[in-house]
Design a protein. Structure first.
Ligand code: KIV
Length: 277
């Protein structure tokens, strides 16, 4: 798969599917499911690194996880690998166009990803996207709920009123004009997402944005029910976490009685005396 193949799918009226992966194992699983695109999303900061937001994850960490995901895809889908896309993390593309192009370039040079994704459509971001695209780096945009702006926007639904809907329309068009090959749109009204899908040439891939988009993306750990907090717009398909705890707990119990309580200091065997100096 190449970025242009997503546009061909849209033109052919075929739905586009994208799932996140964070290592070789998860990438092999989603490739086995037959997705069109695999996103090494910066949601891995929360899902697998245990951070409270996506902000702390570094470019080095994203490169590390993307290389691992790439190895999983190569092993699982050698003939028809899905499109591998890597999120640019917070502050890797906001501190100047040169630094941003260099960060995106590292993704393409040091991992098997063929495209990057970044959030927002501020004038500086549009400049950066233009520079990346003219350097040969395919860019996917991301509007609506943009988790890297959590301290300004929170995690609530975006574009609820006519003014912010008009702003979102303008920003989506600006991303297309800047050269993005596709757009993720997160947690916005379904009618707006569907209207954008119809009006833009590039594919619009939704999450929490209704069924009228050209494609859908989900955080794989959410779909599998592995995360402790599910976003309201991404319900799990199974209770993976509870199931894993149950079957692993059964295995632990099958090994025999639980370990005896740790000895108290009084019963602990005397340790060799510390040497006197
Ligand atoms: O980081 C991520 O997983 C994402 C998806 C929610 C689209 O950006």
């Amino acid at each position: 798969m190449r970025p242009a193949d997503l546009t061909r799918r849209k033109q052919g009226g075929l739905a586009i599917t994208m799932l996140t992966a964070w290592d070789a194992l998860s990438a092999a699983v989603v490739a086995g499911a037959g997705v069109d695109a695999v996103l090494v999303g910066d949601s891995l900061a929360m899902v697998v690194l245990g951070h409270a937001t996506t902000l702390p994850v570094t470019l080095e960490e994203m490169l590390h996880h993307c290389r691992a995901a790439g190895r999983g895809l190569a092993a699982a889908a050698a003939h028809h690998p899905p499109l591998l896309i890597c999120d640019l993390p917070f502050l890797s593309y906001q501190c100047g166009a040169d630094e941003a192009v260099a960060a995106a370039g590292r993704v393409l040079k040091e991992t098997p990803a063929v495209a990057v994704k970044l959030e927002g459509a501020e004038p500086e971001t549009l400049t950066v996207i233009d520079r990346m695209v003219r350097s040969g780096i395919p860019v996917m945009g991301h509007l609506g709920l943009t988790p890297q702006s959590v301290h300004q926007l929170g995690y609530r639904r975006q574009a609820g009123d006519p003014v912010s809907q008009e702003r979102l329309r303008r920003r989506a068009l600006a991303l297309q004009e800047a050269g993005c090959f596709a757009l993720v749109i997160e947690h916005v009204p379904a009618e707006l997402a569907s209207e954008l899908s119809a009006s833009l040439v590039i594919p619009v891939i939704g999450i929490g944005a209704g069924d009228g988009c050209d494609g859908q993306v989900r955080v794989t750990a959410d779909l599998l029910g592995l995360t402790s907090r599910q976003p309201p717009f991404s319900p799990p398909l199974m209770e993976g976490r509870a199931l894993a705890v149950e079957v692993l707990g059964r295995w632990v119990r099958e090994q025999g009685p639980a370990a005896a309580p740790a000895p108290t200091p009084a019963t602990r065997p005397a340790s060799p005396a510390a040497p006197h100096c």
